[in-house]
Structures are given as structure tokens and as C-alpha cells.
Design a protein around this ligand. Sequence first.
Ligand code: AP5
Ligand code: ZN
Length: 218
Amino acid sequence: MRVILLGAPGAGKGTQAQAICEQFNIPQISTGDMLRAAVAAESELGLKVKDILASGALVSDDVIIALVKERIQNDDCANGFLFDGFPRTIPQAEALKESGVVIDHVVDIDVADEEIVKRLSGRRIHEGSGRVYHVDYNPPRVAGKDDVTGEDLIQRGDDQEDTVRNRLKVYHDQTAPLVAYYQDWAARDPKSAPSYHHVVGKGSVDDITRQIMERLRG
Ligand code: AP5
Ligand code: ZN
């Protein structure tokens, strides 16, 4: 099964990806996690993208497309995969289509902007794994510690309120057009297009997971 999770920053892509990937035994391919790992490792890619991530702008399509193409060659993708945060522009979606990779489902998680700001200001992550928590909505078992490793949780550098507002603007300008792109493709050519599913992202994490699972199981 090959799945794309669409949605604004803070819509819950990473949170839902964890549950879906576990259920279907497929890897979560988060371009954001890959870029943050490169920044932490101070690799050539990391040095190139560090300031872009901190500002909330998007990394260039060429860099992202090359990164994803290489990643999906990996053996762990034989059974499928879940894209979290890719594609994020029309050129990225076009490149994916042209590469001949067949996507089964696009799940669009829809959350209002004002809710997003609350979610991102309370978000904490485990840097090593990308596991996501929220101080109120999805707290770890022990405050400030990852449930699996017990290691410290951190706040992401791009979760400051002004950066969040910029990320939302970038989302509306450059990523939101993908909703119409996948809806139109599914209406025009349902045989070759991925199935498009709209999911309201407000409610409990488990409820939203259940709704997504129902859609994916058809
Ligand atoms: P990326 O890491 O993809 O960030 P994003 O899209 O901004 O999304 P987030 O990770 O912020 O949110 P999420 O939807 O995963 O929400 P989460 O589950 O964590 O990208 C970061 C940067 O990398 C970009 O800005 C860009 O620079 C670059 N980049 C990445 N991909 C790129 C690409 N393809 N092209 C170009 N550049 C790219 O949840 C958020 C919070 O809400 C958490 O605290 C969670 O616990 C909580 N929460 C989740 N669900 C619920 C719920 N139902 N109710 C209450 N709280 C909830
Ligand atoms: Zn995420």
C-alpha cells in the first residue's frame, strides 16, 4: 500500500503516520524528519537546508525529489510506504506521477489554522525517532520523556509562533493546491488516480485514526 498524507503543518500527519505505518507494516517517509536529521548531522544537505527550515519556507523541489527518489529504492519500501510531507508543491506531485510510482490513497487531514497554532506551541518530539507528543492533547507517560526510550523530548525550532504563521502561509500558497490537484485527477481518471479521502482532523487522535483506517481498508 502506498499512501500520501496531505495536511497543513500541525494537522497531525506525523501522529497519524505512526498508527497507519504500524497497522500496514510500511515505513513512514517524512521529508521533514529526513531534513531535520541532515541538519542535526551537519551533512552537506543539512548545511544547505538549515536556514530554510528555520524560516518555515520550503526546500527546493529538485533537492526534495532527489531525496525521495533515493529513499524509495530502499528494501523496506517493497511492501509500500507512507509519504508524510511529500509532495508539497505541484511540481513535486508532477515529478512523482512522471516517475511512474503508483499511489493508492491520498488522505487529506483538514484542520483550521487557529487550532494549528495551539497544537504546534504544545508539541514536543523525540528527536531520534520523530515520535510526536503534545503537552496537553497527547502527553507522554512521563512528562518531558519519550515513551519508548525514556530520552528527553525537545521543541522543534520552527514551532515559534511567527514561524508557524509563515509555515501556514506557505502551506496555503504552495501546498493547498494539491487538494484540487488530487480531487480533479480522481474525478477525471479514477482508474489511474489515487483514491482521494478528506478527513476532518479535529477530534481525538484515536477517532481520526479509525476514520483513516476505514477509508484505507475501503
Ligand atoms: P514537516 O516536518 O513536514 O512539517 P509540517 O508539514 O510543517 O508538519 P508538522 O510536522 O509541523 O505537523 P504534522 O502534520 O506532522 O503534525 P503532528 O502530527 O506533529 O516539514 C518541516 C520543514 O521541512 C518544512 O517547513 C520545509 O522547510 C521542509 N520540508 C519538508 N518536506 C518538504 C517538501 N516536500 N518540500 C519542501 N520542503 C519540505 O501534530 C502536531 C501537534 O498536534 C503534536 O503536538 C500532536 O501531538 C498534536 N496533535 C496531533 N493530532 C491531534 C489531535 N487530533 N488533537 C489534538 N492534538 C493533536
Ligand atoms: Zn510532521
